[in-house]
Design a binder for this molecule. Sequence first.
Ligand SMILES: Nc1ncnc2c1ncn2[C@@H]1O[C@H](COP(=O)(O)OP(=O)(O)OP(=O)(O)O)[C@@H](O)[C@H]1O
Ligand SMILES: [Mg+2]
Length: 351
Amino acid sequence: MTLYTNPFDAVAIPVVVLDCKFQVVTANKEARKAFGGDDQSSNIQDLLLQKREVRMLLQKTLETGAETTTSLSIKAGFGTVFQMSIRRVPVVDRPDGIALVLTFEDRSSLLDVKAMRSDFVANVSHEIRSPLTAISGFVETLLGPARDDPAAQERFLQLMDKEVARMTNLVSDLLSLSRVEVKERRAPKKTVDPNQIILQAEEIAEAFARKHGKTLVVTTNGVLPEILGNHDDLVRVLINLFENAVTYSREGGEIRMSADVDCGDNPLNKTAIRISVCDQGEGIPAAEIPRLTERFYRVDKSRSRSVGGTGLGLAIVKHILLRHRGKLEIESTLGEGSEFRIYLPIAETSK
Ligand SMILES: Nc1ncnc2c1ncn2[C@@H]1O[C@H](COP(=O)(O)OP(=O)(O)OP(=O)(O)O)[C@@H](O)[C@H]1O
Ligand SMILES: [Mg+2]
């Protein structure tokens, strides 16, 4: 049987074969897709040979047989960055007896991850720097103008206390986030009782709401079935939602929480526990809703900061829910309030 297809077409990354005069012998489907042109393409050849470094590497591999690699960015295919490797191979049925095989690995997503990481580090540094700057300003005042003024000293120490609490909050949120991210891929294996989770969250949230002059009303519809999960992480999810509902709702407002079993008409498309946290707050503009779970994203930065917010609460919620194969839905009406609903699949044994 004779195969007339190019076997390189079955390779999932771009492959280009050049002869010893650097003419394209063949280019596979992925290469044609990435660089344009046909399989004996002058397009690809021009694209490669116009780069001096590539010409030098081709020459080096041709002469020494040593593999060479370089990073190559191509405009077609929208800013794709490839790691190009050049290898020399013997070819029996060609007069020159050798060919150069060029393979191209897409490194763009790796670079995106690197960019995200630096972005994250920049954000963290910025968030830590602001309280530090404030504290060092207060220390200066305490040592200088407020040295003999006990009333001012008291005031500045209280402000410092607030800034220290903010930093402690930030560090503990960062730790929680990295902890949940580490185990995100491992789905929980143990069953937990959502009724207990709600009870524990309710106790903590109740005290928090009272402190802020708000009332908490919890209604559960019967006894909820077990789910696969981590008790503490799920309590954290509810606390974060409660804290937001309390923080971003108006004085004297009511926060309602309800929990029930949803039989499948939900974003998970299966029987799940639905827990909803509703507030009578200022609401969230529709355009901001998809961004709320991004790290450090805050609708009103200065407002959130002034109440000690780090912008990590909902990012933590998102990652914990991802691990639990759950979902978060957010609905909000400006001036009326918001509803945050979470869905958690019930354990097989509960069905
Ligand atoms: N119930 C809500 N009503 C109105 N806005 C909200 C509500 N929940 C969250 N937000 C908005 O979403 C932003 C992100 O919330 P998130 O919980 O992630 O961070 P945070 O509350 O600012 O800080 P923290 O890390 O301390 O929770 C908040 O800053 C706020 O602007
Ligand atoms: Mg929050």
